[in-house]
Design a protein around this ligand. Structure first.
Ligand code: NAD
Ligand code: UD1
Length: 328
């Protein structure tokens, strides 16, 4: 059985769909701090399976022990954590407490129950401002905000744990920019409040909930002056987890992206085209802390896992909007 922490969230829920397609049995723990209970029913609709879900905080060791007692857990996919960069700058202690304490508690309980297989959600943010592109896994690491630091510190904790006990199989996945939604339109990205990330913001302009998209800078040294990122469809990302699970062996680190960069204006134009809708936009100054361009080298994940993203930017734009239209 696979324990999926944070399994009711955006990436976790899509990964559960892929796990079940691949005949894995899944149990979920989530404290609903950034997700809704209704995802449980939606997962049942998509997969036809009743998935056991524990509504608990991962920092609650007693509750976590109970989950390991009730279920025979072979591997853990660890998504749970807070992820908003701006909020992490305002509330660093909350971020360090939640992201690091939950991971330490999880790892301690895993050791107690002789469960030595874990996949961890890291982020391209650990590369800081990369010195060249595409970004490879052995590039130097640095961060510019507490959220990114929690990812970097957890990566270090996992590396130290592996050194101390090489029974562990640890896979660190560094995601680039996941967007899009399951093609059923039942699950997707549902940020609370005003979104910080580009695609959720575009979608809210499309639905009329927000008036106008601010494009943060058009004077970068990129194809059209706007920021370039490696957007990956969340279903492709989810498949990457299944492939990682099938190839666990020692300490491994992979980028999960497409290897292609897309600019803000390219993404907006594609969104307008595939959904036949106009997105109001204005150019504003750069967002502090942003880098011009970021995309992954995906060679390692392809060579060692056989992972290759398949879905296009068109798919991502269509599915992201479809989910929100379905759930308005
Ligand atoms: P999400 O917020 O949608 O999902 C995280 C889930 O974890 C939520 O359902 C939340 O309720 C739960 N959670 C948080 N703290 C918990 C705790 N202490 N105990 C139990 N449950 C808890 O986020 P997501 O986009 O699905 O991201 C999943 C992981 O991937 C996170 O670790 C995130 O940092 C990482 N990541 C996300 C992105 C992205 O763009 N979405 C990019 C890189 C890395
Ligand atoms: C952000 C996070 C990063 C995290 C990543 C994936 C910041 C500073 N960084 O990065 O740590 O790993 O998300 O979750 O928040 N943009 C606009 N207008 C908007 C929003 C964004 O023009 O309203 C632009 C940005 O300047 C950027 C691109 O769109 O060029 C993508 O932005 P975003 O979706 O926030 O992702 P990242 O900047 O890659």
């Amino acid at each position: 059985m696979i324990l999926v922490t944070g399994g009711l969230g955006y990436i976790g829920s899509h990964t559960i769909v892929e796990l079940i397609k691949n005949n894995y049995e899944v149990v979920v723990v989530d404290n609903l701090s950034n997700s809704k209970r209704e995802v449980i029913d939606k997962l049942k609709k998509i997969t036809g399976k009743d998935i056991p879900v524990y509504i608990n905080d991962l920092c609650d060791k007693k509750a976590l022990r109970q989950i390991f007692q009730d279920n025979i857990i072979d591997s853990v996919i660890h998504f749970a954590g807070f992820k908003a960069v701006g909020e992490s700058v305002e509330k660093p202690l909350m971020y360090y407490r939640n992201n690091i304490d939950s991971t330490l508690t999880l790892l301690e309980v895993m050791e107690e129950f002789n469960c030595f297989n874990i996949i961890f959600s890291s982020s391209a943010t650990v590369y800081g401002s990369p010195k060249s592109l595409p970004i490879k896994e052995d590039f130097p690491l640095s961060t510019t905000n507490p959220y990114g630091s929690t990812k970097l510190f957890i990566e270090q904790i996992l590396k130290d744990l592996y050194t101390s006990n090489n029974k562990f199989n640890i896979t660190i996945l560094r995601y680039f920019n996941p967007i899009g939604a399951d093609e059923s339109g039942l699950i997707g990205e549902d940020p609370r409040g005003i979104p910080n990330n580009l695609m959720p913001y575009i979608v809210k302009v499309a639905t009329g909930e927000l008036e106008i998209l601010s494009v943060f800078g058009d004077d970068y040294d990129t194809v059209d002056g706007t920021g370039v990122r490696d957007y990956i469809h969340v279903t492709d990302l989810a498949r990457g987890h299944v492939l990682s699970l099938k190839n666990q062996n020692g300490l491994r680190i992979y980028n999960l992206g497409t290897g292609h960069g897309t600019s803000v204006l390219e993404l907006v134009n594609t969104f307008e085209k595939v959904n036949n809708i106009k997105i109001n936009k204005k150019i504003v100054p750069r967002r502090p802390g942003d880098i011009a361009e970021c995309f992954a080298s995906c060679d390692k994940a392809f060579k060692e896992l056989g992972f290759k993203a398949e879905k296009t930017i068109e798919d991502m734009c269509r599915d992201a909007y479809n989910y929100v239209k379905n759930n308005e």
